[in-house]
Design a binder for this molecule. Structure first.
Ligand SMILES: C[S@@+](CC[C@H](N)C(=O)[O-])C[C@H]1O[C@@H](n2cnc3c(N)ncnc32)[C@H](O)[C@@H]1O
Length: 297
């Protein structure tokens, strides 16, 4: 299931319970779309259809699916845009970035739009979320999700986020949910288990370039949320360490989740790295996920 490269990395980095957790499927979760539905009324409707749902306490609108009589993605309520299927850690990234109504927000790697649509929802259909996506098929799925969820404050643009400077805009908040190896999502994407050093190198090169662009279009004192669904420190702590060393950014604290690694591969990281957070299946019931909140200037 795991490439020799990942086996070697994981055994150096993690105890066995972490590795076991990363290879076991996690529960599905939904995020109530408050633009279209009232959370209490929706949960009542879904329970009446036989779904068993439980609140994810550290998210605002997240519910784990404990039992489904049929697929939770095949209900009328889903088609009506009353909720979105989303991992709770991914929901939480948007809660941590916490965009305000009337702000200008950038999502640099947006499709299929789980985070874009939650940012737009949290902004109450006000302000604007500029959602960039390079892949033509994937931006279609973003646009259809935006429409289904009834959001009118999202501008989906098919473009390379490395060219974001050409938009000549400065953003109040930026989300960089970076293209990554996906090593935190093995049960859902088994191909992520086959990644080798060349994949990590390709991803980290792009991540550093995207971080630099993100910082360049962020207004002074603006907030940048960097996240990945990878558990490899090369894409997480070491990437943030590079950003803090090279760009005018400082780390802000994230409340929930496990503090990020203090050291890896025998290297001690900056002491403030613990403000960034990791999410693990065996502890949080989520996919493997990393997030770091940084302020410019
Ligand atoms: C981790 S996924 C994003 C998931 C999304 N944020 C969500 O929550 O639904 C990363 C996305 O970045 C896109 N991508 C890769 N390179 C890009 C680039 N240079 N510019 C814009 N998007 C890019 C990929 O096609 C992929 O859809």
């Amino acid at each position: 299931m795991l490439s020799p490269f990942l086996q070697e990395r994981y055994s150096r980095l993690f105890p066995s319970e972490v590795i076991e957790g990363l290879t076991r499927p996690v529960k599905q979760a939904i995020r109530v779309n408050t633009i279209r539905a009232d959370p209490g009324a929706l949960i009542k409707r879904l329970r009446a259809k036989g779904f068993r749902l439980s609140r994810v306490p550290w998210t605002e609108y997240g519910y784990s699916v404990e039992k489904e009589p049929f697929s939770i993605g095949a209900t009328t309520e889903y088609l009506l845009g009353y909720y979105f299927l989303q991992d709770p850690a991914s929901m939480h990234a948007c809660e941590v970035l916490d965009p305000k109504e009337d702000e200008l927000v950038l999502d640099m790697a947006a499709a299929p739009g789980g985070k874009t649509t939650y940012l737009a929802q949290r902004m109450g259909n006000r302000g604007a979320v500029v959602a960039l996506e390079l892949n033509r098929e994937r931006i279609r799925s973003l646009r259809s999700n935006v429409t289904r969820l009834g959001l009118e404050n999202v501008i989906g643009v098919r473009m390379d986020a490395l060219r974001v400077g050409e938009l000549k805009l400065q953003f109040d908040r930026v989300l960089l949910d970076a293209p990554c190896t996906g090593t935190g999502t093995l049960p859902k994407s088994p191909q992520a288990g086959q990644k080798g050093p060349e994949d990590v190198e390709r991803c980290t090169r792009l991540q550093a370039q995207l971080l630099e662009k993100a910082c360049s279009v962020l207004r002074p004192k603006g907030l940048l949320l960097y996240s990945t669904c990878s558990v490899l420190p090369e894409e997480d702590e070491l990437m943030v360490q590079w950003a803090l060393d090279s760009l005018p950014l400082r780390l802000e604290k994230v409340e929930h989740g496990e503090p990020a690694l203090a050291e890896c591969y025998g290297q001690r990281l900056r002491p403030e790295m613990k403000r960034a957070r990791r999410f693990y299946p065996h502890l949080h019931g989520t996919q493997g996920f990393f997030m770091a909140l940084m302020r410019k200037g």
